[in-house]
Design a protein around this ligand. Structure first.
Ligand code: F0G
Length: 403
């Protein structure tokens, strides 16, 4: 049976204790499996469909999961963009193809299943949007109420629409994500709701399967995995999963974990650049990529370890670079993603230009959320439709064709 362990002081707690921070030192907790007693067979995994649940031996859920068939997302070879950048082996793992349109579903299928396993009757989160949409979806599937706190006016419309339609109680606070997380954390501790932000160790277990699937789809360990970083839960989760595969002798190398942030919201990049032992919070994060508009990443220190231990890189990209890559992915590869997701590939374009990566690397960029999440930012960048009278001459003239 697995247990919880503090990522800093190593103090341990039973698996069914509902706890998000170490009682001794306040740091986060992680799920620890007795890997020497777990039988995992690659052959058995390969027989199962590609999905979060292919890897169930390395997940904490012991009940029938609350599932909507999450994971199993496509890994696309970015041929045209790769050619432009001089990279033969550039891939995008399109997490926007999950049930609610983001990678959060991998975490929520596990997190909400754990809420049920732990006999919790209500769930809550703070969110820049995708977590709230995903929580609303999985709480609906489980038949339990969900409360979500959003930073007012800073969440893309598609995400708010999902949270509302799937029946969550949606609260917009006049404050940013970091404050919303503090508030919901206090609410959960005082009122017994189950907190499903990335400080929840069980939710992150689901997200580590992005790394597992990437290896299975590529047929080998990529040299580099690139993720947009907000709260830094995802990059830490993927790293944790890969360490487990290494300990199980299922892989013999680790990819260089590479984190990309927006220039206006880059506390993790700063800590790496300045070689700081911890992440210093930014008070006023700002970026067009609202999903990663986070100044105080709760998993920041875990991300520093992931990046440093694997010889990875942390880099920033400007809002213009993000939006240019969003358009390039859409128009040159047919891949529709939201701005935060484009940050990972935009980061690679920048790192190739600065000469910081080897062009022969096999690189998997995780593109985290679907284009339709944030239609307003899309429409602002595109020419509006040409409206014409309903007759053929008007059509030909609009197309600059002769009649
Ligand atoms: N990409 C997208 C589309 C996201 O929604 C998020 C996080 C990230 C990347 C960053 O992942 O936080 O694990 O480093 N969104 C959270 C939310 C914060 O509330 O939806 P991270």
């Amino acid at each position: 049976m697995y247990h919880l362990a503090c990522v800093s002081c190593g103090a341990t707690y039973p698996a069914d204790e509902i706890i998000y921070n170490c009682k001794k030192c306040g740091h986060l907790l992680a799920v620890k499996y007795p890997l020497d007693t777990i039988t995992v067979s690659k052959k058995v995994w390969d027989k199962r469909p590609l999905s979060v649940w292919r890897y169930k031996e390395l997940l904490p859920v012991r009940i029938d999961p609350i599932s909507l068939q999450e994971g199993g997302t496509p890994l696309y070879h970015l041929k045209r963009l790769g050619d432009e950048m001089g990279l033969k082996h550039l891939y995008a793992k399109h997490e926007g193809m999950n049930p609610s349109g983001s990678f959060k579903d991998r975490g929520m299928t596990v997190g909400v299943s754990m809420a049920i396993q732990l006999k919790k009757t209500s769930v809550a989160c703070a969110s820049t949007g995708n977590t709230s949409a995903s929580l609303a979806v999985y709480a609906a599937k489980a038949g339990i109420p969900a409360i979500v706190l959003l930073p007012a006016g800073k969440v893309a419309v598609g995400k708010v629409a999902q949270a509302l339609m799937h029946g969550a109680k949606v609260i917009s606070i006049r404050g940013n994500f970091d404050r919303a997380l503090e508030m919901v954390h206090e609410l959960c501790l005082s009122h017994g709701l189950y907190l499903l932000n990335s400080i929840n160790p069980y939710r992150l277990e689901g997200q580590k399967t992005i790394g597992f699937e990437s290896i299975d789809q590529l047929g080998d360990v990529p040299d580099r995995i690139v993720l947009p970083v907000g709260n830094a839960g995802n990059i830490s989760a993927v790293y944790k999963g890969l360490l487990e595969l290494q300990e199980l002798d299922l892989i013999d190398s680790l990819p260089m974990m590479t984190g990309i942030q927006a220039v206006g919201s880059a506390p993790v990049v700063r800590a790496i650049r300045e070689n700081l032992p911890e992440v210093i919070a930014e008070t006023n994060p700002e970026t067009v990529a609202t999903a990663i508009r986070i100044g105080a990443p709760v998993n920041g220190e875990k991300a520093l370890v992931a990046i440093r231990k694997t010889g990875g890189i942390a880099e920033t990209v400007t809002d213009d670079e993000i939006l240019r890559m969003q358009r390039d992915l859409a128009r040159k590869e047919g891949i529709g993603v939201e701005p935060a997701s484009a940050a990972s590939v935009a980061g690679i374009r920048k790192l190739v230009e600065t000469g910081d990566i080897d062009r022969n690397e096999r690189i998997v960029c995780v593109v985290t959320g679907h284009l339709l999440k944030d239609p307003d930012t899309v429409i602002k960048q595109c020419e509006p439709p040409t409206e014409i009278d309903a007759d053929l001459p008007s059509l030909l003239s609009a197309l600059h064709l002769s009649s």
